[in-house]
Design a protein around this ligand. Structure first.
Ligand SMILES: Nc1ncnc2c1ncn2[C@@H]1O[C@H](COP(=O)(O)OP(=O)(O)OP(=O)(O)O)[C@@H](O)[C@H]1O
Ligand SMILES: [Mg+2]
Length: 240
């Protein structure tokens, strides 16, 4: 079988143990270009740990995580993997544009990228505002803009929509859909099950175990549940 060359992410039997606790228990999945994947699970289920493993900043106990043919964390992936951390990693005392320009410099991106990503995240009119004066949702969009610098073919976004109002969440999901349509593989985490409906594919994580990998429709069908919260509960009960 030789389909590995079509995978953006290839995770095999990934295990992470921290301080004697097994945080991720033999996780395996593949993701192809153009896929928009929701990584859903309750708080503490291991979403951020999985994302950090893909990024190559988390020590892996067993198994492997490969991104575009390279081991996670490999220098070959520099600039090809966009990441947005769960806590906004922006400078409060710089303006929106200064923040994005700073990271564009770090990533050796042309200045035209600064204007482009500000437009994508709808922050052009905020470009001269200090980040300290922005709302939570606006700060999130600055972080997202930074992750989009250079149009990386792989994106890992850790809870980008948490705490945002429904309109902003909808707009952000539209942005993720548009990115996937251009061929990017986008993994978005959330602990809000409602977001399941937005993704073409769902990975459901609980206590470090992948309980489900499939479409939202097949999740509802297989669990015979009226909604995503109930579907997830039934999956948990069934896995006990
Ligand atoms: N240094 C550590 N040592 C031991 N356990 C840890 C350590 N760091 C994190 N954990 C545990 O790992 C588990 C997974 O954490 P993780 O941050 O990946 O969860 P999450 O799904 O991202 O949660 P949230 O939705 O709250 O962001 C949690 O139970 C957490 O307490
Ligand atoms: Mg997290």
């Amino acid at each position: 079988m030789d389909s590995s060359d079509q995978s953006t992410f290839e995770v095999s039997n990934l295990r992470v143990v921290r301080n004697g606790n097994e945080i991720l228990k033999s996780i395996s999945f593949r993701a192809a270009p153009g896929e928009l994947i929701g990584l859903l699970g309750p708080s503490g289920s291991g979403k951020s740990t999985l994302m950090r493993s893909l990024l190559g900043v988390q020590a892996i106990t067993g198994g492997s995580a490969r991104i575009m043919e390279s081991a996670a964390g490999s220098p070959a992936l520099r600039g090809r993997l966009g990441y947005m951390a769960q806590s906004a990693a922006v400078y409060l005392d710089l303006t929106v544009e200064e923040n994005i320009r700073y990271f564009a410099g770090v990533l050796v991106q042309p200045l035209s990228e600064v204007a482009r990503v500000m437009d994508v995240v709808a922050l052009t009119s905020f470009s001269r505002r200090l980040v300290s004066s922005l709302s939570g949702g606006e700060r999130t969009r600055v972080s997202l803009g930074i992750a989009l610098l250079g149009s990386p073919p792989a994106l890992i976004l850790d809870e980008p929509t948490v705490g945002l109002d429904p309109i902003l969440r909808r707009d952000l999901w539209r942005t993720f859909e548009a990115l996937a349509r251009t061929g990017a593989t986008v993994i978005v985490s959330s602990h809000v099950m409602d977001e399941a409906a937005r993704c073409a594919r769902l990975l459901l994580l609980r206590d470090g175990t992948l309980l489900f990998d499939g479409t939202p429709a097949s999740l509802l069908a297989t669990s015979e549940a009226p909604g995503y919260d109930e579907a997830f509960e039934r999956l948990i009960e069934g896995s006990r």
